[in-house]
Design a protein around this ligand. Sequence first.
Ligand code: AMP
Ligand code: GLY
Length: 426
Amino acid sequence: MKVLVVGSGAREHAIVRSLVKDQVVDAVIAAPGNPGIDGLALSEPLADVTDSAEVLAIAQRHGVDLVIIGPEAPLVAGVADVLRDSGIDVFGPSAEAARLEGSKAFAKDVMSAADVPTGLAHVCTTIEQVIDAMDALGAPHVIKEDGLAAGKGVVVTDDRDAALAHAEACLAKEGGSVVVEEFLDGPEISLFVLSDGVTVLPLSPAQDFKRVGDDDAGPNTGGMGAYSPLGWAPEGLASDLVARVAQPTIDEMRRRGTPFVGVLFIGLAMTSRGPRVIEFNARFGDPETQVVLARLLTPLGGLLKAAATGRLDDYDRLRWADDHAVTVVVASHNYPGTPRTGDPIAGLEEVEGVPTAYVLHAGTTLDGDGRLVSSGGRVLSVVATGADLSQARERAYAAVELVELDGSHHRSDIALKASRDEIRVT
Ligand code: AMP
Ligand code: GLY
């Protein structure tokens, strides 16, 4: 089987890394890929991942048997539809189904129809509506831009003026609307559920660290680190969430004539009143994928091909390594603000000396002299596994210390509370 992976981040690097280990996969093509992926797959230039015609041309030129679409933008733009219309198997939802991620208002509508537990929310198009909704729901205020925002469109704050300022900025955009949501307390989890449109199959839950700084200080980012599995989670959590969230959502999408084929990423808060969905995404999460795939023993290529072709019920369950995985994101100077780019990266070979550790590339490129330099906000995702979370953390951080990138920063508390058994679901 020949597989094309669309995207250029650490998530795609992790996917390619798993694919090349699958015996049914003969070749992997990445478009556009990144310097880390280059050693594993054939990279094809792709200036714009939402360019359906170009993705189709690459898929046809290589005669691929499966296309895996990593990021949300091409899904929302309908790249999967164009490929499917040409008879190519795709892991990734149609534009209609990707609205579960592309529009928070649409996601709320589907959750309501499917009776999925989520926070109370008001969709607002004027600042007066926002004020009414904030008064009705109280502080802390949760204001979400109603569109794709790379994890940065959400403001959670006790500061009423800051909440209003964010709402005004979102509403000022063309056709802008915001969702004002009830504050959901409790630990957050990320659960990925594969679907072929009918059958669903959960992966192992993970936890992401959204804020830029230790102890959840500072603004939201795309994610600064993750770990899996969640030793503190209630027994049977994944199957419970399949029954209460994933299957009803997939059923509702099929009922609407827009079946969801791909991975439904369920972001939840484990509140005192039970799990509540915070968001749906229509793709694998980044950096959670890095830790989930680090432990998946079931070969990935065959699995995603089955999801793409309506054969997920061939799989009863997935196989997982017994160990724990941690990833720490190394970010460039000033991320999540406008990141500084072009800084040389060194020390990656030294990481190979740390047991189980490896580096996945996210925002890297080769400069004119062939040197590896930073090219984005999240630059690297350093992964390690261990017999327990403490060992996985020690190894991941030992590896991070070897990475040299001027001005970079990372969180030092990824998986720390979980490793000390300090997370409680009330
Ligand atoms: P989202 O883009 O919806 O995932 O939101 C990004 C982050 O904002 C989430 O991971 C949470 O940390 C936080 N957040 C979003 N919605 C809520 C909510 N209703 N209550 C508390 N925190 C939230
Ligand atoms: N790590 C969260 C996301 O991928 O949206």
